[in-house]
Ligand binder design. Structure first.
Ligand SMILES: NC(=O)c1ccc[n+]([C@@H]2O[C@H](COP(=O)([O-])OP(=O)(O)OC[C@H]3O[C@@H](n4cnc5c(N)ncnc54)[C@H](OP(=O)(O)O)[C@@H]3O)[C@@H](O)[C@H]2O)c1
Length: 343
């Protein structure tokens, strides 16, 4: 028998997330029989991504919706413990969209989301951290969508977060001046001292519009928008002629039941010839190897580093996820499951 723990979606959150939206279940299950092409994985690590908050909503409000009473889903790192698939022998480590549970039976050839075997030299924390799809989102969103040029000013919101912290560093690597926006003095210090931004704005205690006027007298050339809302409005008031806005996420609205508000003055888009472009990482999937190769080189050169906020214990998953919305998290939140004891 296997000790099998799960975190299920109990209710669709109304407003801010609460622990009551999740239900913990623990069972002892028989070792599953596998059909041809199936594998049994033990899910060892889970990373928490802000987008998962949208997946908790009813169908139709984002591109994915988790059914009530089924396990939460998020990026994970797992190990094959039983196999009926030649390319995934026992011991293979994989990244996947993992259900929040100890064990999952998967069918790699028909899975709607990729199950990717990891090369032996890549650690699970690296696969879920520095070389994750969040980092690739930063890479493509900045370089392909934002199109920054040497000497331009880039502003990034949620700058101490998983995507934002990589945007700050990549924008510096390609020769831009970078202003990060984050909540609280601690995070702003991390953005400047650890990530190398030229300045940071504490949106919880400072007037973002006034600080942008002071820091960007010639305007903001590229805005990497992770949050939307009031910060987007303040950047829009300070956007440069031919400015570009890469719309990556709208986290300021994720806890509200309402759609994310749009720009308040479209005339500014016209008179300043601004490009506003939303994107999803999926559109760049064919080029992720190029992104990872560049990031690997930057890491080797000491120009790119990653902040992992590693927490322990499967039972702490909801709490760790909620840290993305209450200001507690830094960089990428990764939860190490801890070994489930055999029953
Ligand atoms: N387009 C895509 O394909 C794609 C892919 C991945 C992620 N994303 C988006 O990228 C963004 C960042 O995701 P992530 O996983 O890296 O999360 P994250 O930035 O590590 O965590 C979310 C951050 O949002 C900030 N935040 C939370 N509530 C806020 C509010 N009300 N107003 C302003 N800031 C708030 C918090 O930072 P502070 O403490 O500084 O407020 C928190 O650190 C999200 O919008 C996500 O949806 C998009």
């Amino acid at each position: 028998m296997l000790r099998h723990r799960q975190w299920l979606l109990k209710s669709r959150p109304e407003g801010a997330l609460s622990l009551g939206d999740f239900e913990f279940r623990e069972q002892h299950i028989p070792d599953p029989e596998l059909a041809p092409g199936q594998i049994l994985v033990q899910n060892l690590m889970f990373s928490c991504a802000a987008t998962m908050r949208n997946w908790m909503n009813a169908p139709g409000r984002s591109h994915r919706s988790i059914d009530l009473g089924t396990p939460m889903l998020g990026p994970g790192g797992s190990q094959v413990v039983k196999s009926n698939h030649a390319r995934f022998p026992v011991g293979t480590r994989v990244t996947l969209l993992a259900p929040w549970e100890d064990y999952s039976v998967l069918e790699p050839d028909t899975s709607p989301t990729p199950i990717t075997a990891l090369p032996s030299e890549v650690k699970l924390t690296e696969a879920l951290g520095i070389y994750s799809l969040n980092s690739c989102t930063a890479y493509f969103g900045l370089l392909e969508v934002g199109q920054p040029k040497v000497g331009e000013t880039v502003v990034v919101s949620a700058a101490a977060g998983s995507v934002g912290s990589m945007v700050v560093q990549i924008a510096k690597i390609v020769g831009c001046r970078v202003i990060g926006v984050a909540g609280g003095r601690d995070k702003c210090d991390l953005v400047v001292e650890h990530l190398g931004a030229d300045a940071a704005i504490d949106y919880k205690h400072e007037d973002v519009g006034a600080r942008l006027r002071e820091l960007c007298p010639k305007g903001v050339d590229v805005y990497f928008d992770n949050v939307g809302g009031d910060i987007l409005a303040a950047v829009m008031d300070n956007i440069a002629v031919k400015g570009r806005i890469a719309v990556c996420g709208q986290v300021a609205s994720y806890d509200s039941g309402a759609p994310a508000p749009g720009l308040r003055d479209m005339m500014r888009v016209i008179y300043r010839s601004v490009t506003v472009r939303g994107f999803v990482m999926d559109e760049f999937m064919q080029d992720v190897d190029t992104a990872r190769a560049d990031m690997k080189r930057w890491v080797a050169e000491g120009r790119l580093r990653h902040h992992e906020d590693i927490r322990t214990g499967f039972e702490n998953l909801p709490h760790a996820f909620m840290a993305l919305f209450n200001g507690e998290s830094r960089g990428t939140v990764i939860v190490e499951s801890g070994e489930p004891a055999e029953g």
